[in-house]
Design a protein around this ligand. Sequence first.
Ligand code: GAP
Length: 564
Amino acid sequence: MADKNSSQKAAEKTQAALMDKIVALCKRRGFIFQSSEIYGGINGFWDYGPLGCELKRNIKDAWWRDVVLMRDDVVGLDASIIMHPKVWEASGHVGGFQDPMQTCRQCRRHFRADQVWDAIVDSDWHASLAELFAGLPETNLLSVDSAALMKWAMGKGKKLAPGLALVRDPQITLSWLAERVQKEPQKPLPKPDMLRYLATAQFAQTGLVTPCPNCGGELTEPRQFNLMFDTYVGAVHDEENKAYLRPETAQGIFANFLNIVNTARQKVPFGIAQIGKAFRNEINPRNFTFRSREFEQMELEFFVKPGTDAQWHEYWVKERMKWYETIGLPASKLKPYIYKKEELAHYASACVDVYFDFPFGSQELEGIAARGDFDLSQHQQHSGKSMEYFDDETKEKYIPHVVEPSAGVDRIALALLCNAYFEEWAPTSEAAGAAPMPAEHGKQPPKGFESRVVMRFAPRIAPIKVAVFPLLKNRPPLVEKAKEVFHLLRGRFSAFYDDGGAIGRRYRRQDEAGTPFGVTIDFETLGEKGPDLKDTVTMRDRDTLKQERVAIKELPARIAEVVR
Ligand code: GAP
């Protein structure tokens, strides 16, 4: 058990280090930068550099193609970001889009009340408390070494805010635990819960409040905090002119439902799709871009006949889970989270989230909800316009129900970046034909190999599809031919021309960019080594490092075959 816990801890450390490496690569290679970095950055906002914006564009193009262009029953929309403020009253965002927030009276940090305990359990000083329990079976907490607990409390207590030691009296804690375990000896007590129990037992008996995860200080009572960013339309900044940056793209779709029914010649069941920016004043932006204050959504509102919700919901869950595999996220890292009845919003009949295994844990990429007629009915009520749909086949009139797959572009980009990152040992001379192998942590590569980082993006999603290199940049005929090949390819695929540095270094740069193909123009291409190889190039595969000779005229088809 002790071993398992220490190996679990080691795994967590490795995952955190992996995340740091991914963040560093994103900056180094121009995927993602902190917004306004030259001014010290602004929390929760990110800028996508040359590679990042191509990656995002490919995600959005893949979604648009599969959800809109390749279907007969979905049409697109591009609504404005700022809408009439009544839209947000009708949707419930003005009254209800809020998180409970607590502020530390000592260090002034803000926390989402429902995440305080996660932050405490994650924090360094608390991790050391967990260490005390590391070797114990979860149902046998009675054997906690109380002297060790006391020592811990005295050591750590000093670092906490005055009078707010988490474990002020270990004996009280232990006796409470004893009671708890005796009452329910069979009930497993997972570690975060155990820590929570430890503290709440303390609080019940000592009147302590939940400590700040940052400094141990006292937190305020939770206050409701609306997540919408507001702004003012026109010159006068008063309540009457207040408007909101949209917190989701979905409401633009509902507000245009009648326009689209009247113009798009679609019949229920049909969908309206939109991709665009959304803004939420998140209390704790975190995990790199995962929880940002400005992000992009890809939302589909699929309108169905009442009573068919369950079958369409099931259909869209299957479609959406499959889609992630088409952009290169493996099924083994994707999980559906099926909401329990008590977790559903009052109007929803079902909801499934698509979770992905990030280095920082399994987290949501997309939610697929069956929302009934809630949104259209709300807009009908608030706008006074009928949202009823007339089915001219059955002559029925009804407000359609909706199934909503709602995905985040930035989260998908982050999932793709995390999934693509590999550290390998690659042969120093690729021409020798040896295959790369996974790098072993803390060890040096064997002779003839060197370390490389490679982003194994699915070709469909890779920011650059092909890089073109003249073998040497000081030989005009090589450069001229390489430029000719580059121009042949760039009109069809995102291509990159690079003549800087040794060819090996150029390959490594493209490995980190995740470019699936490298094309080198050499003396054989020019026909200097015989007529057979004239007008052929070396095509290098990013993953296997295999190199083959391909005729220039065949390149577009060869690349297209893999990329599309
Ligand atoms: N219209 C439904 C809706 O907006 P949501 O679960 O709040 O549902 C949908 O958001 C998706 O938008 C999430 O699954 C996530 O991918 C993305 N998303 C939500 N909040 C985000 C944030 N703060 N940062 C990045 N992406 C976010």
